[in-house]
Design a protein around this ligand. Structure first.
Ligand code: FCB
Length: 470
């Protein structure tokens, strides 16, 4: 057994007390690992385009080769099995399956995922499909992207091409990964593809992403011929006020509104939060809701995917004492807690995960949760054999799994934990600089070497699954 010395005995007991049915997964996404961007009929996505914008990605790096997973898939699946992990969450590249984002399926593109699913099942690993992890076909962006309503319908059509092909073998389906990132990083802040900076467009994107989710969910549910679990994955955290002042509490409320409630309220309660609608109106923004949309968006879900990395504290006052920014909008400043950080400069705050899960269970009851991503980038130092003794990442995983177990004890229905990520990979605007893998990738040779964290994670999964006797 590989142990970690970073856990208190209470945390070790919490992890050991997880039920044998708890799912232990690893997650990846298509553009971050596949490479082969021009193979077998794949067309460009907004990320292929964005990577070529000077200054958009660190060192001008791209996903052209990435981990070359497209050509190394069987070995990568074998690695998952060898580590003792039971679920693999991967995403399907829309421009591989439906080049250009419209029309019939591309048989060669679908065939890759067909082989992947068979390979996983053959090795006893459960496949978990994410339909959209940010790689919108460029042609659909040229036609308006997610701010355009039609994109929601295009997404549902594409979803059905994948569902029709794989749902005889795949039970677990996630429509969208982190619509907040697609909408805000992509359309408001310009940090992710397609690199636009237009707040109104970003809010239109929020609604159309949710609409696309709802349309796809309804159609998949209607077409299912065997039991399926349909869900969506959100990136969430807690938003606390720095002080009890009116301004700080309002800043935290707004952050929670645009970060969490603008997604979960329509998904679960069939309405947008009134305070968010009012805040948006004050900025001259109206969500493009048409009659019937909210019924579609609130189509029944089987589970919620939660991606958790950190949580924030907010102040309504900037460092110079101002309460409005240059555009006249109220200040919402994330204030460091002074905690240790990862290589992303994200504060390590596992308690936030417990609080978040307990809060979701209270405010949105009846929805089983799976942690579909959780993990950390650190500045790994491989030894001469390529082995990385990543005690920092091991501790990160262990304390966050213990935080999940604590939330379960407090009544939250959390059924699994997936480490981000199986492999070091293309970390979006950070390129290959930030390593999140539990398996090291040597980008010169494409060699994979499991890190200490992978060995600990797999051992822990085996032990818990076997009821503590492994
Ligand atoms: C999440 C993304 C994932 C990865 C991690 C670090 O926001 O879903 O692709 O980049 O962050």
């Amino acid at each position: 057994m590989t142990t970690t010395s970073h856990l208190t005995s209470a945390q070790s007991d919490l992890i050991a007390g997880l039920p044998p049915s708890f799912r232990w997964g690893v997650a990846t996404s298509a553009y971050q690992i596949e490479g082969a961007v021009r193979s077998d009929g794949r067309t460009a996505s907004i990320w292929d385009t964005f990577c070529r914008v000077p200054g958009a990605v660190v060192n001008g790096e791209t996903g052209d080769v990435a981990c070359d997973h497209y050509h190394r898939m069987p070995q990568d699946v074998a690695l998952i099995q060898d580590l003792g992990i039971d679920t693999y969450r991967f995403s399907v590249a829309w421009p591989r399956v439906q080049p250009g984002g419209r029309g019939p399926a591309n048989p060669a593109g679908l065939a890759f995922y067909d082989r992947l699913v068979d390979e996983l099942l053959g090795r006893g690993v459960d496949p978990w499909v994410t339909l959209y992890h940010w790689d919108l076909p460029q042609e659909l962006e040229d036609a308006g992207g997610w701010p355009a309503r039609d994109t929601a319908y295009r997404f549902a059509d594409y979803a059905m091409l994948v569902f029709d092909r794989l749902s005889d073998r795949v039970r677990s389906w996630t429509t969208l990964n982190e619509p907040w990132c697609s909408a805000m990083l992509g359309y408001a802040y310009g940090a992710h593809a397609p690199g636009r900076r237009d707040f109104t467009a970003a809010l239109q994107a929020v609604h159309h992403l949710l609409l696309g989710h709802g349309l796809a969910t309804q159609r998949m549910r209607a077409a299912a011929t065997r039991p399926v679990e349909l869900g969506i994955t959100l990136n969430l955290g807690t938003a606390a006020a720095e002080t009890d002042s009116e301004l700080d509490r309002a800043a935290a409320r707004r952050a929670d509104g645009l970060g969490l409630r603008i997604y979960l309220d329509p998904l679960r309660h069939g309405r947008y939060p009134a305070d968010v609608v009012t805040d948006l109106a004050a900025r001259g923004v109206e969500l493009p809701v048409r009659p019937g949309d909210l019924e579609i968006i609130s189509a029944p879900l089987d589970l919620l995917g939660v991606n958790y990395y950190t949580s924030h504290v907010f102040s309504g006052v900037d460092e110079d004492g101002r309460t409005e920014d240059a555009d006249g909008n109220p200040v919402e400043r994330a204030v460091p807690r002074g905690l240790p950080t990862t290589a992303m400069d994200w504060e390590i705050f596992p308690e936030g995960l417990t609080d978040l899960l307990v809060r979701i269970s209270r405010d949105y009851p009846g929805l089983p949760i799976v942690i579909t991503e959780s993990g950390a980038a650190f500045d790994d130092r491989p030894d001469e054999t390529g082995f990385v003794r990543d005690d920092d990442r091991t501790a990160y995983l262990a304390t966050h799994i213990a935080a999940v177990a604590a939330a379960r004890q407090a009544g939250a229905d959390v059924r699994g934990y997936f480490a981000w990520s199986l492999l070091d990979n293309f970390e979006w605007a950070y390129g290959y600089d930030k390593r999140f893998g539990i398996v090291r990738v040597d980008y010169d040779t494409q060699a994979r070497v499991p890190k200490q964290s992978a060995l600990w994670y797999g051992d822990t999964a085996r032990r818990v699954r076997s009821g503590g006797s492994a």
